[in-house]
Design a binder for this molecule. Structure first.
Ligand code: 9MR
Length: 632
């Protein structure tokens, strides 16, 4: 990455001595290792050095993203890059194998509530259910008739339907799975149905069958069906902003549909997506306000007469419709010396309304963090395979708009790639260190604050039983921080968690943990408080006190993931008041060094149904926005 210094600032000066001291100790992937598995008494700092030789290949120039042509994104002002190399499936899961199928049927799973006396009430079960072999192009029918030995008719429900399958009610106590598998279904599938006791809905038997789909001898016997579109949502955009629509259709027969837009908007381009052959990208710039409906057609590659159509509705508003009164949040916050930010959605520049998203956010915030980009399943989906494009783009965006970048959720128990979940626990320390070293190391000049260890504390207090904890015990936290400090001496390193701003088992676990870490001089610089809360939140005194406790330890406070969901009977003025109070607590606390919301528009919030942010689905400001302005 480019070497810019604007992000380092305050800590850089403080830590210059530390930088110099640790430079010699800072090994790299090819550096020499010192033995690190000697037994440490619990109060002695752990010696941390990278595995040598490396456990997995480090990034090479072949992992570098390439420039993405402008037809694919909505961005202006910087060059977007994209990952190269063979495209990976959306979800990398372990596929069932022939050996799994041959191993025979899975045993039923019984759910017996504590209050059930099995000698009086027997559990419902399925009779005559077997694993199946189905042939692509031929209808499979499997009868489900659960039996209750005590009489009565058990209910039942399927866990997840197979693509285009039906679980049909026969209205005689039985149901039938009816499925026409096609070419793309060839392989081994599981189908689970749960039978429910007529007298006790929690008393259940769950049966999973496996279905192996094979090709028929004559492939031409398989019916050819029309391609299917992936659902399109209506969008609101701003006049004169570029709009990109990723038009995706799939063909269950496995062919690649041809996507057409019969009435192309003026000046539009329609090009094949470079990595996803079933996606075509439509880009155009609406030049007047109004509502546009774009018809899209997907034609079957083998039979041009077979096609599906769909319509995408776009509302174009004038720029004036997005104007906010008063001064921008970042300008107001700068006067109070508080960096204010938001978490950017992954690949926001590929959203239809990405230009509006990027534009409003850059006007309002001077910090950007990554909502899902730095998670290990994105960055390092396979050993030796790296996808840096999205975080590189986020950094370019930030640089263009003079924003800081904060890194989010580096070492976490979620969003882990399969290979890491399945890794040998004795290698996990090395994998973790390599990951930290490679990611922090790449962004030393670009990312100033890291939520390094995320959600280390369990829901009910105590340490969370993550794959990291299982492999290293609590030491993983120390190792992660020491590695991060060695790789990026100038970074502000945070322990990040939810439900620690309020009193309760998580806060009770946090302070002793911080004491243990600080007693060993573990380089923790601060605590990240997520703050995913609700509009009826009223524990502000607890937040104030917990912030003070962290400040008393000499640590920084960062509000890292603020959002305020509105429950069924809540309203947006209560929400505004919660935003205002949290901001006020941060402003009055000298150790509170940044405040970031988890997104900024309800449209792209992970809790969108609870409208938790300060802009609505159509980018209109809400009372929460005015409350933040007022408080600043
Ligand atoms: O906002 C994130 C959402 O898009 C993901 O689906 C989800 C699960 O991986 O993670 C969300 O973000 C989490 C964050 O990384 C850590 N704190 C809690 C957030 C919500 O789970």
């Amino acid at each position: 990455m480019n070497s810019t210094s604007y992000l380092l600032g305050r800590r850089a000066a403080l830590l210059l001595a530390g930088v110099l001291a640790s430079l010699s100790a800072c090994s790299n992937d090819s550096g020499t290792a010192t033995p690190d598995d000697s037994v440490d008494p619990s109060d002695t700092p752990l010696q941390v050095s990278l595995p040598n030789p490396p456990l997995t290949p480090a990034p090479t120039p072949a992992d570098e993203p390439e420039v993405e042509p402008g037809e694919f994104n909505t961005v202006t002002g910087f060059t977007v890059v994209r990952d190269t190399g063979e495209r990976l499936p959306d979800e990398i899961t372990v596929e069932l194998t022939e050996a799994d199928f041959l191993a025979g049927p899975l045993p039923p799973v019984l759910q017996v509530p504590a209050d059930v006396d099995q000698s009086v009430n027997a559990i419902p079960y399925f009779e005559d259910l077997e694993d199946q072999v189905a042939i692509a192009g031929q209808v499979l029918e499997v009868l489900y008739r659960p039996i209750d030995p005590d009489g009565g008719i058990p209910g039942m429900f399927p866990k997840k339907l197979l693509r285009n399958a039906e679980f049909r009610d026969n209205f005689n106590g039985s149901k039938s799975l009816i499925w026409l598998p096609l070419q793309t279904d060839v392989g081994i599938h599981e189908f689970t149905v749960t039978a429910i006791d007529p007298g006790n809905a929690l008393y259940r038997t769950e049966r999973t069958i496996r279905i192996k789909v094979i090709m028929p001898e004559d492939a031409s016997s398989i019916p050819n069906v029309a391609p299917e579109f992936v659902e399109f949502l209506p969008h609101t955009v701003r006049v004169n902003d570029p709009v990109v629509l990723e038009l995706k259709a799939t063909d269950p027969n496995g062919a690649v549909p041809l996507i057409e837009v019969p009435d192309l908007p003026v000046g539009a381009t329609l090009v094949q997506h470079p990595r996803y052959e079933e996606i075509a990208v439509l880009r155009f710039i609406p030049t007047s306000a109004g509502t546009t409906s774009i018809d899209v057609l997907a034609r079957d590659a083998d039979d041009a007469s077979l096609s599906s159509t769909t319509t995408i509705d776009i509302t174009v508003l004038d720029a004036v419709d997005f104007v906010r009164p008063g001064a921008r949040l970042r300008a107001l916050a700068a006067q109070r010396d508080l960096p204010i930010g938001f978490a950017a959605r992954r690949e926001f520049y590929h959203l239809p309304d990405g230009a509006l998203y990027a534009g409003i956010a850059a006007e309002e915030f001077n910090v950007v963090t990554s909502e899902n980009t730095l998670n290990m399943d994105v960055i390092n989906p396979l050993p030796g395979r790296y996808q840096f494009a999205d975080i590189d783009n986020l950094i370019s965006y930030a640089r263009t708009h003079d924003m800081q970048v904060h890194g989010s959720a580096l070492i976490w128990h979620q969003q882990l790639p399969e290979w890491m979940l399945n890794s040998n626990p004795s290698d996990r320390r090395g994998h973790m260190q390599e990951y930290i070293h490679r990611v922090l190391g790449r962004y030393v000049d670009d990312v100033s604050v890291w939520a390094l260890v995320n959600e280390a504390i369990g829901e009910n207090g105590g340490m969370r039983d993550s794959i990291w904890f299982q492999a290293m015990g609590e030491d993983y936290i120390e190792i992660a921080f020491r590695q991060a400090r060695m790789t990026h001496p100038g970074a502000t390193l945070l322990l990040n968690d939810f439900d620690i701003a309020i009193d309760g088992p998580k806060a009770d676990t946090l302070y002793p943990l911080l004491d243990r870490l600080l007693a060993k001089d573990v380089p923790v610089d601060g605590v990240g408080f997520q703050l995913h809360i609700w509009s009826d939140f009223d524990q502000f005194d607890e937040v104030r006190t917990n912030f003070q406790k962290v400040a008393d330890l000499g640590l920084e406070i960062h509000v890292t993931e603020l959002d305020v969901s509105i429950p069924a009977l809540g309203n947006s003025s209560d929400q505004a008041e919660v935003y205002r109070q949290i901001l006020s607590i941060c402003l009055e606390q000298p150790a509170c060094r940044s405040l970031k919301s988890w997104g900024f528009t309800d449209r792209y919030s992970w809790r969108g149904q609870y409208a938790p942010l300060m802009f609505d689905d159509s980018y209109q400001y809400k009372p929460a926005y005015e409350a933040l302005q007022g408080e600043l």
